[in-house]
Design a protein around this ligand. Structure first.
Ligand code: TXA
Ligand code: MG
Length: 345
């Protein structure tokens, strides 16, 4: 069903900005869906205490109902309100990294609507490090369930234009506050036991978590397509651009050979790579997604670059492979899920 989507542009929290926040929060309180910026990606918010509001998220995104949602809070003090206990590991991560790009999984006390957790007895909680997001959460005065604000299976939105492209006419409102500054989603960490388990790599790196807690493990299903990963969302297709993405793992000479081979076969090849690699290649259809010397720049531009290729002039995207260190773990997790093939030298 098509409907009118309200659109607010907020660049600062001046009087006009505050007024827009009030209008957006009023819609959330009326159980409507509002997309809003966070430091990672744009989220699609709904009142997490109301089953009817939450069910609209699954419908608008076309999201499978067994994939639980993260609940967003304005302040650290609200965390104990929604969980049975805050484990020592969670306490450490909360105090070190929140607000910030991390989600802690804790035993739920069932104050949140059951469709948020998709029947699990745990709950993911996150406090975004973004002034507009927190102003909206405070004004709504509610815990807000919010997945990334994209059509299920597509790259996550890092600008309000991406949200508009996927969800205009399907949701009540979009709060536009420029590009997000991390670019990949939060790190999802199971904190129910004695050792933090990374279920989804993200904006806070494994190295940072290890430094804070002294110990960390990574759920092995992270990198696999399996039926029973601990973060249920990891089993579905994700982050896919309009045309197939193939990753090329090898030297620049090997990359060039692949471009030439596929072009000879009649395929219109697009290349997504660092400025360092693009500088060494001969290819007309290419996009720089950042610098290899600073992988945070790749994270910031990753989804926008994937979305920028158009089927009218590109049959296949060849993408660079990055080192799985620091933020590179999140980047490669997303690229490997988005890709249908990896071509190795
Ligand atoms: O940065 C982010 O986390 C963004 C912004 C909007 O906050 N949100 C986001 O949500 O990425 P979403 O729904 O696209 O991804 C949430 C991930 C999924 O893989 C889901 O399976 C996992 O978190 N998850 C949520 N609750 C969980 C739980 N109780 N146990 C295990 N995994 C959970
Ligand atoms: Mg998502």
């Amino acid at each position: 069903m098509e409907r009118q989507t309200k659109y607010w542009t907020i660049r600062e929290l001046d009087q006009k900005g505050q007024q827009s926040i009030k209008e957006a929060a009023a819609l959330l309180k009326k159980q409507e869906l509002v997309a809003f910026p966070t430091e990672t990606v744009y989220g699609l918010g709904a009142d997490a205490t109301k089953e009817t509001a939450v069910s609209k998220i699954f419908k608008a995104k076309g999201r499978p109902s067994d994939n639980p949602l993260i609940v967003h809070l304005a302040d650290i003090e609200q965390v104990p309100h929604y969980v049975k206990r805050v484990t020592p590991i969670a306490e450490k991560l909360i105090n070190t990294f929140m607000p910030g790009p991390i989600t802690v999984i804790l035993p739920s006390n069932e104050k949140i609507a059951t469709n948020v957790t998709a029947g699990l007895d745990t709950l993911g909680l996150r406090i975004p490090d973004h002034p507009i997001a927190r102003a909206l959460l405070r004004e709504a005065g509610l815990p807000i369930a919010a997945p990334s604000a994209n059509t299920s299976g597509k790259p996550s939105p890092t600008t309000a234009i991406h949200v508009f492209h996927d969800l205009n006419g399907k949701i009540a409102g979009i709060v536009d506050s420029a590009s997000t500054n991390v670019g990949v989603e939060s790190t999802v960490v199971d904190c129910t036991g004695d050792v933090p388990i990374i279920l989804r790599p993200g904006g806070i790196t494994r190295e940072q978590i290890e430094e804070a807690t002294g110990v960390v493990t990574v759920d092995p299903t992270n990198d696999q397509q399996t039926d029973k990963p601990k973060a249920p969302g990891m089993k579905y297709n994700h982050y896919e651009p309009e045309m197939p993405l193939w990753l090329v793992d090898g030297t620049s000479a090997f990359f060039q050979k692949e471009i030439d081979r596929l072009t000879k076969q009649g395929l219109r090849v697009g290349v997504m790579a660092s400025e360092e690699l693009i500088g060494k290649l001969h290819v007309s259809n290419s996009r720089i997604c950042g610098s290899k010397s600073d992988l945070t720049t790749i994270a910031v531009h990753l989804y926008d670059t994937l979305r920028s290729f158009q089927a009218k002039d590109t049959d296949v995207i060849l993408g660079e492979v990055f080192p799985k260190q620091g933020i590179g773990q999140a980047i490669m997790n997303r690229l490997e899920k988005a890709a249908s093939e990896i071509i190795r030298q």
